[in-house]
Design a protein around this ligand. Sequence first.
Ligand SMILES: [Zn+2]
Length: 500
Amino acid sequence: MTGPLGPVYRSIDALVAHAQAHLGLDADDAVWARNQVFALYGLDSYGADDADADVAPAGAPGDVDRLVGAFLDAAETAGLIGPGERGSRTDAVMGALSPRPSWVRRRFAETERADGGMAAMRWLYDTCVADTYVKRAQLEANPRFDSHGLTVTINLAKPEFRTQAKAAAGNSVSGGYPKCTICLENEGFAGRDKRTLRTVPVTLGGQEWFWQFSPYGYFDQHGICVNDEHTPMHVDRATFGRLLDFVDRFPGYFLGCNAALPRIGGSVLAHDHYQGGGEILPMAKASARTTLSVPGTPGATVEILDWPGTALRVVSPQREAIVDVCDAIRVAWESYDDPAAGIASHDADGNRQSAVSPTVIRTSRGYEMGLILRNNAVSDDCPEGVFHAHPEYWPIKQEPIGLIEAQGLFILPGRLVGELGRIEDALAQGAGLPEDMGEFRLVWDELTDALDGVRDRDAISAAVRDELGSVCRRILGNTAVFKDGGQTLSFLEGLGFAVA
Ligand SMILES: [Zn+2]
């Protein structure tokens, strides 16, 4: 076949070879699978020349981006797809070449039995990269650096939701099926381009939940654990046990839960879920400013973390101790009031506005459960929240600060690449702040102070990274409900804990 369809057929052959190498496609199913893809485009002229064409041996799971790209280019040239259809066509073609959920779950269970939970997760992640559900190349393209004890990333793929109303709208689904974007019924659902989504079951606290990797993850092996039932988010005593169940089975991951309040994380509040994955976030490495013992619970400690937000760490090798101590802190915080500090556990209408965000890892000390205290009070000066990012920082980050950012991994909006680029250009030229960028005045003034006339490009870039880390750290400081360690200590001593 020498016509325009030749490259299309060869690119499909390469994808079929990729599916055999990385997606469990049986050799006996290869012709059948190829025909499934042909059916999507009414292709019926595959000939001997096409079959004889060299198909490069399959490479790594992530090579799928190059292979799919070659297919889309060829299909566009041949007029099979129009411009603007690449995303949905990728999902359609890879959906036809991806294994059924039952096979994924069997293989996951076999890998876990043979090599443990972490090896099974690694295998599942590679599979989800290979079927294009996880956009690994986009994750790797995001700028990322460490600054001021935090990790800062700029997410080029994620749309920015500058208000909670927009975040909620982005997570809702019209039509009622599936009920929301994270419901189990999304597995294979073409209506949201989720033909390649694959999940595995996990049992948490005796309930049926499932795990899935996030398509636009913020870090390595980022995923969510979701209740099989579409039931609202909540944090209670049982939450701690569920988180422990997960890290018992997958000890190299962290798992945490956003405070179940609006404006705290851009999360889907309508459906109970946790977030976790394969990176230990900066807060987990924070040192203890003060350590307290727990009367009656030997071996358990509570640490006040050296951290800009208000964060505690409950440490014990014993599950029961973790659950008891964490729940005591949760219950106390949810009804804690301190008018002088602006902390009101309930608003004027009696709605709860205090909550904890728990997050757990396993270490040589046992379980380490981080507890981030959050409060949703508003004031005239801070209508979006007193303990949220304050308006002067909104040009950098206006979205709610959720579980991942509260732990020190910031996800900044992609627009900043262009905006900061213009600021860097102006600094290098010795010009002023561009007229249409007035909202960046604070950042600009701090940068010109720091640079003191230096116009070297590398120095400017370093100063911008430093400024971003500094702003993110101040935003975490905004979210702190106790502005100094003494207040945190008084709160904990009120619970009967004693400085060790
Ligand atoms: Zn749902």
